[in-house]
Design a protein around this ligand. Structure first.
Ligand SMILES: Nc1ncnc2c1ncn2[C@@H]1O[C@H](COP(=O)(O)OP(=O)(O)OP(=O)(O)O)[C@@H](O)[C@H]1O
Length: 349
């Protein structure tokens, strides 16, 4: 990307520049993340949005320094000023947990079935904050109470299988946030939860951010909900930056055709016009993971495609008002009601 957002280093919790992650795959190299740049300021919530395979989780793993074995990572990822790309395991042990923590999609991937949740939260506190056994045990109970678990002292003595899915997710949030990291990465933290519990967990994350001043990176498929919960949005497609900026602005006035298509296909938006009409769709499918298109990866599905789009991936252009957009034709999107681009499913290429 060629445009650098103006954020002072001291205000920046995460700074990603020209990040690429390439993985070996059975059909050839998989370009999971390509030339991605973005910043997350301290205390800010950034939602990374995109459909399955867009590279959201791999971006989070690169920030956490936990890409799969065999992955080739280039570019730079700085967490609180410290470089993660190429960092040795000793430096990453210091960063992980203390500076940056992950809340995964499924709590059971991080909770051990053989230990009580209190023991596991206390273990994280001992590792990250250097607390002794008794102090860590007390702090773990406090942390379980902070995330709204009932009777935290009793919950601390329970094993993960004795808790509901929502309670387990709260326990994982307690484990990730008890040490008050500067950056919390939440990878689809509510996917496995019912709608009411989902809202509670998102409220909880918002409350923790307000209390500790941590930066929150929320990874999600859900563009509308992300907009309501985040300060800023980063839309990804096929491993690349599509557009980014203040969440409300991106949702109100998308600048990239892909974002406009995603928004047009939201049932609540399509219904807002009053008349019943077919839900607009973005026809076609994203490129296969091992495809390495010469131009814009969205070009085969884009109603505004031109020769320039097929020749080279568009750079991130300054869309004004703290926005970046990776599209040659962004002015044509920004100038009119975005929905019109995908209004007629039969008209899309
Ligand atoms: N261990 C791996 N080895 C090879 N390719 C992988 C591996 N993990 C992920 N990928 C590929 O990397 C690309 C990006 O995956 P990633 O999990 O980051 O997408 P995502 O946007 O998080 O999707 P989802 O929303 O489904 O989790 C995909 O094409 C995926 O198939």
């Amino acid at each position: 990307m060629n445009a650098d957002p103006v954020v002072s280093v001291a205000d920046t919790a995460v700074s990603v520049r020209d990040l690429s992650v390439v993985l070996p795959g059975p059909h050839g190299a998989v370009h999971a993340v390509r030339d991605l740049s973005f910043d997350v300021r301290r205390g800010e919530a950034l939602a990374i949005v995109g459909e399955s395979g867009a590279g959201k989780s791999m971006t989070a793993r690169a920030v956490l320094g936990t890409v799969p074995y065999g992955a080739r990572v280039t570019g730079s990822v700085r967490v609180c000023g410290q470089e993660v790309v190429g960092a040795g395991s000793a430096r990453m042990r210091l960063l992980r947990g203390r500076r940056v923590a992950l809340i995964p999609q499924d709590a059971l991937t991080v909770l051990s079935p053989v230990h009580t949740v209190g023991f596991q939260v206390a273990a994280a506190l001992r590792a990250n904050r250097g607390l002794g056994r008794a102090a860590a045990t007390r702090a773990a109970v406090d942390a379980l109470g902070e995330v709204g678990l009932p009777d935290p002292a009793r919950t601390a003595r329970r094993h993960p299988h004795e808790l509901s899915g929502g309670q387990r997710q709260r326990a994982v949030i307690a484990m990730a946030t008890a040490s008050e990291p500067d950056v919390v990465l939440a990878d689809e933290p509510t996917t496995a939860l019912d709608p009411v519990t989902r809202e509670h967990v998102l409220d909880l994350l918002e409350g923790l951010r307000a209390r500790t001043g941590a930066a929150l990176v929320l990874i999600t498929h859900d563009l509308a909900n992300a907009g309501a919960r985040a300060d800023r949005l980063l839309v990804m497609y096929a491993g690349r930056h599509v557009e980014s900026g203040p969440a409300a602005d991106v949702l109100e006035h998308p600048q990239a055709p892909y974002t406009a298509g995603l928004l047009a296909s939201l049932p609540e938006r399509a219904a807002s016009g009053g008349a019943r009409r077919p839900l607009p769709v973005i026809s076609g499918a994203p490129p296969a993971p091992w495809d390495d298109p010469a131009g814009c990866a969205f070009a085969p599905r884009c109603p505004l495609v031109s020769a320039a789009c097929r020749a080279a991936p568009p750079p991130a252009l300054d869309g004004g008002a703290d926005r970046l957009v990776s599209c040659h034709h962004w002015r044509d999107v920004a100038d009119g009601p975005a929905e019109r681009l995908f209004a007629d499913p039969a008209a899309a290429p």
